[in-house]
Design a protein around this ligand. Structure first.
Ligand code: CU
Length: 113
């Protein structure tokens, strides 16, 4: 019983250690100007939480919204206000985002690490 308990405790510690090593949360700030998203290409890790903070810098252009079609996320971007989009990529590949009209384009490139 004692052995079983300590073995279980060991496993728990091991699992916790592995999971805290595996996930690398990342935060990226993105400016939205009349030229589009800056930056517009962001690398990410599969399984690690990604936080994107969009700030629209200019009333000019059409950056009043950011849309992630594959994630079903749409956020309004008031000028000068930081707007956060959070998600965890679940598979390798590209996750696109655009302005409301699809003219400004950006992409998240998720890869295994
Ligand atoms: Cu647009």
């Amino acid at each position: 019983m004692r052995i079983a308990k300590s073995a279980a405790a060991c496993l728990l510690v091991f699992a916790f250690t592995v999971s805290s090593i595996e996930a690398h949360p990342k935060t990226v700030r993105i400016s939205v100007t009349k030229k589009g998203f800056s930056s517009s290409s962001i690398s990410a890790e599969v399984g690690s939480p990604l936080t994107l903070i969009f700030t629209r810098r200019s009333k000019e252009g059409c950056g009043n919204k950011v849309v992630f079609p594959s994630l079903g996320i749409t956020k309004n971007l008031p000028v000068g206000k930081a707007v956060t989009v959070k998600f965890t990529p679940r598979q390798e590949g590209t996750i696109s985002f655009t302005c409301g009209m699809g003219m400004y384009k950006g992409s998240i490139v998720a890869a295994e690490h």
